[in-house]
Structures are given as structure tokens and as C-alpha cells.
Design a protein around this ligand. Structure first.
Ligand SMILES: Nc1ncnc2c1ncn2[C@@H]1O[C@H](COP(=O)(O)OP(=O)(O)OP(=O)(O)O)[C@@H](O)[C@H]1O
Ligand SMILES: [Mg+2]
Length: 279
């Protein structure tokens, strides 16, 4: 279980201080796929970076499996991060390492034997459907494939938790769906608890059982996804939902336009053939 208790984060900059998170309390239960949604600048990345202590909270605490880890450092922090995998929008793969070498990087840090690491690496590539691309470098992989490699790498240490910061934002709609299904499988079959950060309601709707809405550094609404979708209380939630519905309608319209143009092409072809046979 991940618990954030009265967590705040203030950045000190040359221009002064900036409060990115204010009094955040949140529980992510084991087995959840929990979403955090908000517009750009709401504080989502800062929040997720506080969970694995890439950012140190200014006040409040982070508890993992009931243990206060807020002040962990050194070896204890490294061990903690082994429990928490993370994936990013830009995949963050090492360009000079092939897919397998990327996946086994955390195992090499842990000084696993080369043979064990390679075996585990291939199992993970198998899990994400990319065993056949083990020798490919990131530049030779599509965005969706790169994100699969990043997911495999994030799972290398058998983490209990996976944090996803806009993991599908750089991907097209079909590839997004495939990656979301993969995350669902990882949750169901490996029992990994997932925290998903996104600005897209579609992502929340597709995989999250619970959601919290972050706005202006605070959680303004939260609950089971079905409840929040059925009765969004806050204006920002209604706006995000409205936007998602408009996007879905636009996509449906684009798909039917494609169908029309496809059938137009077919009609044209038939007409062409008829003319031809008349000649
Ligand atoms: N290291 C930092 N120093 C100063 N301000 C920061 C720092 N990191 C983030 N911020 C500020 O905190 C606010 C929240 O940033 P954050 O990256 O968490 O937003 P976000 O919700 O992830 O946005 P996006 O959807 O664009 O990724 C922003 O106004 C940002 O400028
Ligand atoms: Mg962000």
C-alpha cells in the first residue's frame, strides 16, 4: 500500500517559492490501478516523484507498506526503489544499449550473474511481446515498442509498484490501447499495484479502478472511477470528462469519414471497371 499523508512540496526558485503540492493525502491499496488526473502544471509529476522520493516532500510523509520512508537515504532508498518501478512519457531508454541490455540494466546494477540477468531479461521481453526484438536498439523500435521495453525494464526487480508518468502520451490511440492492456495484464497477472499519472480521461476510464483529480496543487475530487464518471462534482472534472467525450466523438466521426472515403473509393473503382467493360 502507498500512503501519502498531508504531503506538500514547495520549490524554491530565483523568483521565489512555488507551492506545487498542498496537503495531499492519498491511499493506493494493493491491487489498485489508481489514476491521478489533472491539467498541465497541476503537480502530477511532482506528486509521483515524491512517491519514490526523486523529490523530497517539504512536509508530510510517504508510507510504503505501512513504513514511513520519507527520510530514507543511501542503501535503504535504493532498496525501496527496487520495489517501485517507474516509466515515463519519453521512454528513457539507453540509446547505446539494445532492448535486452536495457531491460537487464537494473539487474547488472544489482550484480546478478550475466546468465541469470539474460534469462530474466528474455522472460520480461517475452511478457511484453518483444522477445524477437531483443537485439534491436531503441532507434530501431517504434514508440510503442520502446515503451514495452521500458515497462520490461521497470519490472526487472520484481517491483510491487509501478508508477507511470504519462506513459502513453507520446503514442497514437491504437498503440495507447495496447500499452494500457499490457498494464492491465501486469496488474492482474503479476499483482503489481499501479499508479497512473495522466491528463487523459480515456486512460483513467480504460484501466483505473480509482481516480483522484489534481488541480492547483491539491486533490479536489477522488473516488471509484465509475462513481466519479457518473457524478463528477468539480468543474475541472466535468471539463476533463467533456473534453474526453468530445475527443471520442471526433474520433468516431473521423473513423466514419474514413469509411465513407473508403467506400467512395470502392464505388469509384466499380464505376471505373464498368466503364472499362463498356468499352
Ligand atoms: N524543480 C522545479 N523547480 C521549480 N518549479 C517546479 C519544479 N518542478 C516542477 N515545478 C513547478 O511545479 C508545477 C507542477 O509541475 P509538474 O511537473 O508536477 O506538473 P504536471 O501536472 O506534471 O504537468 P504536465 O502535465 O505538463 O507534465 C509547475 O508549475 C512547475 O513549473
Ligand atoms: Mg508531468
Amino acid at each position: 500500500m502507498i500512503e501519502l499523508r498531508h504531503l506538500s512540496k514547495t520549490f524554491l526558485t530565483k523568483e521565489g517559492s512555488f507551492e506545487a503540492l498542498r496537503d495531499i493525502s492519498l491511499t493506493v491499496e494493493d491491487g489498485d490501478i489508481h489514476g491521478i488526473i489533472g491539467v498541465s502544471g497541476a503537480g502530477k509529476s511532482t506528486l509521483v516523484r515524491c512517491v519514490n522520493l526523486l523529490e523530497k516532500p517539504t512536509s508530510g510523509s510517504v508510507l510504503i507498506d505501512g513504513e514511513d520512508v520519507t527520510n530514507y537515504s543511501g542503501r535503504r532508498l535504493l532498496n525501496l526503489r527496487g520495489k517501485i518501478g517507474m516509466i515515463f512519457q519519453d521512454f528513457s531508454l539507453f540509446a547505446q544499449r539494445n532492448a535486452l541490455a536495457n531491460v537487464i540494466f537494473p539487474l547488472q546494477l544489482r550484480r546478478d550473474s550475466r546468465k541469470d540477468a539474460a534469462k530474466r531479461g528474455m522472460e520480461l521481453l517475452e511478457l511484453v511481446g518483444l522477445a524477437h526484438k531483443a537485439k534491436s536498439y531503441p532507434a530501431q523500435l517504434s514508440g510503442g515498442q520502446q515503451q514495452r521495453v521500458a515497462i520490461a525494464r521497470a519490472l526487472a526487480n520484481h517491483p510491487s509498484y509501478l508508477l507511470c508518468d504519462e506513459a502513453t502520451s507520446a503514442l497514437d490511440s491504437l498503440t495507447t490501447d495496447a500499452i494500457l492492456q499490457l498494464l492491465k495484464t501486469i496488474n492482474h497477472e503479476l499483482g503489481v499495484t499501479i499508479l497512473v499519472i495522466t491528463h487523459e480521461m480515456k486512460v483513467i476510464e480504460t484501466i483505473c479502478n480509482k481516480v483522484a483529480v489534481l488541480d492547483g496543487a491539491q486533490i479536489v475530487e477522488r473516488g471509484k472511477t465509475a462513481d466519479v464518471f457518473a457524478q463528477p462534482e468539480q468543474q475541472i472534472t466535468q471539463r476533463l470528462l467533456g473534453q474526453a467525450m468530445a475527443e471520442a466523438a471526433a474520433q468516431a466521426a473521423a473513423e466514419s469519414a474514413t469509411a465513407v472515403s473508403a467506400s467512395t473509393t470502392l464505388t469509384d473503382q466499380l464505376a471505373y471497371l464498368e466503364v472499362k467493360s463498356d468499352v
